[in-house]
Design a protein around this ligand. Structure first.
Ligand SMILES: [Zn+2]
Length: 294
C-alpha cells in the first residue's frame, strides 16, 4: 500500500508536470530524472498507470498551479498529512515565510498546547475550545490538499498555502471544501466539532513546513489572534523538539514486571519513571504497556 501511495504521488507529480510544461504523461514517465527525484522505482508490473490515476482526484487541477509545487518536489498527495518525510531539524538555512495575510482559524481559548503530553506523547498542534458548528477559516490563500475523515483527526482538512506552509484543521463536524479547491485567507472551510479522537468540541490546528509541525505560538499570538511577524524567519530551531522526541526511550512491560524491577533493569529511579509516565507508584502495569524511562 505504501508503494502504491508513493507511486500515486509520483503520478500526480507527473500530471502536474504535464499541466505545467505541456509534457505528455508517458513522456514524463520515461524520464529517469523524475523517477530519481521522487526516490522511487516503478518495478511492480502489476500496478497499471490507469489504476493509479483512478486513485487520484486530479480532475480539478487544470489551469490552477499547485501552491509551492517546486518547494514540495511536486508532491501533491491527497491522503497523507506528511508524505514528504523531511528532517527539518537538519535544515541549514533560514527561510522567510509571508504571514501578512494571516487569518485566525477560530478565535477562542487555548485548551491544549503544542508539545509533550502526559510525559511522552507529543501533541503536534494547538487545541482551542469551540461550540459545534463554529466557523473555521483558512489561515492563508491556498489549495485544499486533503479533505476527509480520519480515525484520530475525525473530519479534517489540510491546505497547502502559497507562502510554503501547510495548515491542518481537525475534529470538524463538517468540511465545506473539496480536494484541489482553491481557498482564500479567511474563507470558511468547515465547522468546528468533536469528531475523531476528541473528548469535547475543539479545533486541533497545526502549522507545518515541508510536513514537519511548528509550534503555532512561535508564530501566532493567541491574545490578539494575529501573526507575530509580517515575515517570519524559519530555521532549524523551530524543529529542535524533534531531538527531544528522539531522546525518548521506552520499556515494554512484560509478564511479572514490577516498577522496582523495571527501575533496576533501566537504571532509572521509580519516582523518575512515575514522573515521566504520569503514573503513581501504586499504578497497575499492563503487559505490553510502554513506559518511558528517558
Ligand atoms: Zn489537538
Amino acid at each position: 500500500m505504501k508503494l502504491v501511495l508513493k507511486i500515486a504521488t509520483s503520478v500526480l507529480f507527473l500530471f502536474v508536470l504535464k499541466v505545467s510544461y505541456g509534457q505528455t504523461l508517458m513522456d514524463s514517465l520515461s524520464s529517469q530524472m523524475i523517477l530519481q527525484e521522487m526516490e522511487i522505482s516503478i518495478e511492480d508490473d502489476e500496478v497499471s498507470i490507469d489504476s493509479l490515476i483512478s486513485l487520484l482526484n486530479v480532475g480539478n487541477i487544470d489551469s490552477t498551479t499547485v501552491p509551492a509545487a517546486k518547494l514540495y518536489g511536486y508532491v501533491w498527495n491527497n491522503q497523507l498529512v506528511n508524505p514528504y518525510q523531511k528532517r527539518m531539524v537538519d535544515m541549514t538555512d533560514t527561510v522567510c515565510i509571508d504571514f501578512s495575510q494571516y487569518c485566525h482559524p477560530n478565535r477562542n481559548v487555548v485548551t491544549s498546547d503544542f508539545g509533550f503530553r502526559r510525559g511522552w506523547r507529543f501533541h503536534y498542534g494547538i487545541d482551542t475550545r469551540l461550540k459545534v458548528g463554529d466557523s473555521i477559516c483558512s489561515s492563508f490563500d491556498g489549495m485544499v490538499r486533503i479533505s476527509k475523515r480520519g480515525k484520530a483527526y475525525g473530519n479534517y482538512i489540510v491546505i497547502r498555502h502559497f507562502n510554503g506552509l501547510e495548515t491542518v484543521y481537525a475534529h470538524l463536524s463538517k468540511t465545506m471544501v473539496q480536494v484541489n479547491q482553491v481557498v482564500r485567507a479567511g474563507e470558511i472551510i468547515g465547522l468546528g466539532g468533536n469528531t475523531g479522537r476528541s473528548t469535547g468540541p475543539h479545533l486541533h490546528y497545526e502549522i507545518r513546513y515541508l510536513g514537519q509541525p511548528i509550534a503555532p505560538r512561535d508564530l501566532i499570538d493567541w491574545q490578539t489572534y494575529s501573526a507575530k511577524f509580517n515575515m517570519a524567519a524559519l530555521d532549524a530551531q523551530h524543529f529542535a523538539y524533534v531531538k527531544e522526541i528522539e531522546k525518548i526511550r521506552y520499556y515494554v512491560v512484560r509478564k511479572g514486571d514490577t516498577l522496582s524491577g523495571i527501575s533496576l533493569k533501566t537504571g532509572v529511579s521509580i519516582s523518575k519513571i512515575c514522573q515521566l509516565n504520569n503514573i503513581k507508584k501504586t499504578s497497575i502495569l499492563r503487559i505490553g504497556q510502554r513506559l518511558r524511562f528517558s
